[in-house]
Design a binder for this molecule. Sequence first.
Ligand SMILES: O=c1[nH]cnc2c1ncn2[C@H]1C[C@H](O)[C@@H](CO)O1
Ligand SMILES: [Zn+2]
Length: 372
Amino acid sequence: MTNGPDFTLADCVLAPKVLLHDHLDGGLRPGTVLDLARETGYDKLPADTPDALAEWFATAADSGSLERYLETFAHTVAVMQTSAALSRVARECAEDLATDGVVYAEVRFAPELHTEHGLTLDQVVEAVLAGFAEGEARARELGRPIVVRCLLTAMRHAARSREIAELAVRFGDRGVAGFDIAGAEAGNPPSRHLDAFDYLRGQNSHFTIHAGEAFGLPSIHEAVSFCGTDRLGHGVRMIDDITLPPGAGPADHSYPGAQLGAIANYVRDKRIPLELCPSSNVQTGAVASIAEHPFNVLAQLRFRVTVNTDNRLMSNTTMSREFLLLHEAFGYGWADFQRFTVNAMKSAFLHFDQRLEMIDEVIKPGYAVLMG
Ligand SMILES: O=c1[nH]cnc2c1ncn2[C@H]1C[C@H](O)[C@@H](CO)O1
Ligand SMILES: [Zn+2]
């Protein structure tokens, strides 16, 4: 790997970044959670100042279990039940990502979780799209242009995936780029939702599936081979299908002699993107630490790795911070980050010409300046 100069967080902010895996209900500003709770009469928040609330989310999510990590979303989802709240959260999300130097983002959320106060699924999606459009406009005014698309998530323990898939297709020309399945992985295999995936394939639509996060290879195998996913949400457990030679470690950067099993070979051969989320994986216990994250092995073995935040509030993180953590753990330089960013842009649910334009007009020129 390129051992670049020592980076600061500010350097990482300057790099153009592409974010494919970020949850809208996992990225609220703490102050906004408090404002919205006050406005809607939600009185169950565990803290009453932005700092204390930020601290609570980060600590509670740091649980070592995906199930307990997911419990923290009760508070954010509770305050995202009106059109005004959804639009505000989406607008601030676009602004925050743009300020962090993200140039293209696909932000996901589950419409079915936002109908408790009577909104229809269509109204939920319309409110979020309006917020993203406002945020994009403000970012443009501030000279930090960003393109934001959304992915509609269906919860894997529920039974509304076909309906949400149809919603995604219906909004396909209005800013919804694809579909996703999320929630507690164990006991809820992706093949439960084959009907939705078959429908999406029939519509030539794109989807990603959370797989290989809390649960291992069988989940990845189903997502890839039975469901035909375009990308893997996390996919970090892909490492379970790779045998490294004895003694191989982070210092041995090229991992010669690594043996790939059938699933790992298939995912790499087909260039199926891995939406890796380093900090989130540490919090849910999928990996022990950033230094022990398989990111580097997978990158060295030329899987199509991408860097993502998952939930900025729960992980108290940003894309720039994830870059910095990877730099500190593995010594990545700008050439590496350009590769991961181009990987992500190639994997976006946009048309080919749009992806190419972002790579040629925004990403490569941005890194050329940094490497200059
Ligand atoms: O990392 C995750 N794995 C599985 N499900 C997740 C993850 N992060 C967020 N979610 C769930 C909780 C949210 O309410 C839902 C929609 O964004 O997706
Ligand atoms: Zn996720």
